[in-house]
Design a protein around this ligand. Structure first.
Ligand code: ATP
Ligand code: MN
Length: 463
């Protein structure tokens, strides 16, 4: 196991004269003028360690299997590097190939591969520059998310993945069952007899931990969840996954204004963390993936988010003088084209849209006094549109029961949720951030399949 001080990252920081053993996978190897050059990477940082071996120092037989993709161990001495772009390199004195990789069949060659091709070898793509950078940033952002909430006294709660409640009251759920699908038990009236199923009733993979998160917020005041979330929406878009990771804070004693404030502070914090701690990786994205990524992130961290009500947003869209694929009028849901117009063209930075019509938002959002809108807020960001969706929750028992009815939901299945309004209810609010949407924003990667290790999308669940 590599210990701190032994990673390539550490070797690159060490002083000439240090004797070390480097371990990692060979990115490339070339031989010229009596020297063997091996680029070695262990995933700890973007840069490779250059290993230089003088001809004759190491037996030819030991070098034969040092080819792209092989896992190797090299003993040697850190020396000042004569080459540009690196301070030090490793002068190798012994090489052991721990795991060879047949050059004739190793699929990850030096030539640039398309992201589509790399998705097919997702078990190997993490060894490439791009995906090494993506998944290091993913790890750093995840840590920053925990740190943000932990520093503010939030309790981390693990909400269930298998659930009996459909949070949104919408479709798009994956069922969870152990029933024999080729011989489904039926009730007398021909319906599926879920009483014979594992849990004795229909269950699903969760679309959100929010409802259970609310129960914990009404005990711990400030909580957050951070875990996998599932949506069976058959939308083959570059920004939807069937399995993704969601961060959902929930705060008691909190109204919509506080909710927006903490959402903005949160985004700025985690983006600032990436700018500070993932500089090398971000510079790569800036050069190779999206030329404006760093300047955009710096701009986001340093400028206040814009605020718009839904009604104002609709007016801006109506006055935009263009034909929308999805027509705009009060009551229409904002589509990606609308979100991007507002945040990219009209405003040029993140914008928080609030007070949506109640018909297009979930039952649990708090009614405004106008009778038409609810205290919802979506944070829209340039390039990707909606990155956060949140709201103040309806804390009044009678109003919430009426809203459950109006949304055509069954009150009985929300009895525990209504209990939270019966016993010690308080204004509370929260939001959900899709980790992969955030990663797309931070890295500039254009397809959400390329920021999750092994993507699950309609028709595709490899690995
Ligand atoms: P969209 O309109 O983009 O489908 P949504 O309104 O369904 O999003 P919410 O239910 O508010 O989204 O979910 C909260 C957050 O989770 C979103 O802001 C987004 O960041 C993320 N998210 C939602 N659906 C997906 C998905 N299928 N894949 C990846 N991230 C998602
Ligand atoms: Mn959706």
């Amino acid at each position: 196991m590599l210990k701190p001080g032994e990673y390539v990252r550490d070797l690159l920081e060490s002083e000439p004269g240090r004797r070390v053993t480097a371990r990692g996978w060979v990115k490339t190897r070339r031989d010229s003028k009596g020297l063997h050059f091996v680029q070695l990477n262990d995933g700890s940082c973007f840069r490779d360690l250059q290993v230089v071996i003088e001809a004759g120092v190491v037996p030819e037989a030991d070098l034969a299997a040092v080819t792209t993709g092989a896992c190797v161990e090299v003993d040697g001495e850190i020396v000042a590097s004569p080459a540009a772009g690196q301070r030090v390199e490793l002068r190798g004195t012994a090489v052991r190939v721990l795991g060879p990789a047949d050059p004739a069949t190793y699929p990850l060659q030096k030539k640039g591969h398309s992201f589509e091709f790399l998705r097919e070898i997702a078990h190997l793509r993490s060894r490439s520059n791009t995906f090494g950078a993506v998944f290091r940033v993913r790890s750093a952002l995840s840590f920053a998310i925990h740190r943000f909430f932990q520093e503010r006294g939030f309790v981390y709660v693990h909400t269930p993945i298998i659930t009996a409640s459909d949070c949104e009251g919408a479709g798009s759920l994956f069922g969870v069952t152990t029933l024999d699908l080729s011989n489904v038990p039926r009730t007398k009236d021909g319906k599926v007899d879920y009483s014979q199923d594992f849990f004795g009733k229909p269950t699903y993979l969760t679309v959100s931990g929010q409802l259970e998160g609310e129960a914990f917020a009404l005990a711990f005041s400030n909580i957050y969840t951070f875990g996998p979330t599932f949506r069976a929406e058959n939308s083959n878009t570059p920004r939807h996954l069937a399995e993704f990771w969601m961060v959902e804070p929930e705060m008691a004693f909190c109204d919509l204004a506080d909710d927006m404030k903490i959402a903005e502070e949160f985004l700025k914090y985690v983006i600032g963390y990436a700018l500070e701690h993932c500089r090398e990786d971000l510079e790569f994205f800036n050069q190779r993936i999206e030329k404006t990524v760093i300047s955009t992130l710096e701009h986001v961290v340093n400028s206040p988010f814009e605020h718009l009500t839904y009604t104002e947003a609709i007016r801006l869209l109506e006055n935009a003088n263009r034909t929308w694929e999805f027509p705009v009028h009060f009551g229409a849901d904002l589509q990606s084209e609308h979100e991007r117009y507002l945040t990219e063209e009209k405003i040029g930075r993140p914008v928080i849209v609030t007070d949506y019509p109640k018909e297009i938002k979930a039952f649990y959002m708090r009614d405004n006094d106008d009778g038409r809108t609810v205290r919802a807020m979506d944070v829209l960001a340039p390039r990707i549109g909606e990155i956060i969706g949140g709201s103040q929750r309806e804390e009044r028992l009678d109003v919430l029961r009426e809203k459950i009815r109006a949304h055509g939901l069954n009150e009985a299945s929300y009895s525990w949720y209504l209990d939270l309004r019966r016993f010690g209810s308080v204004p509370h609010a929260g939001f959900g951030l899709g980790l992969e949407r955030l990663l797309m924003y931070v890295t500039g990667m254009k397809n959400i399949r390329d920021v999750i290790p092994f993507a699950r999308t309609p028709g595709s669940a490899e690995f």
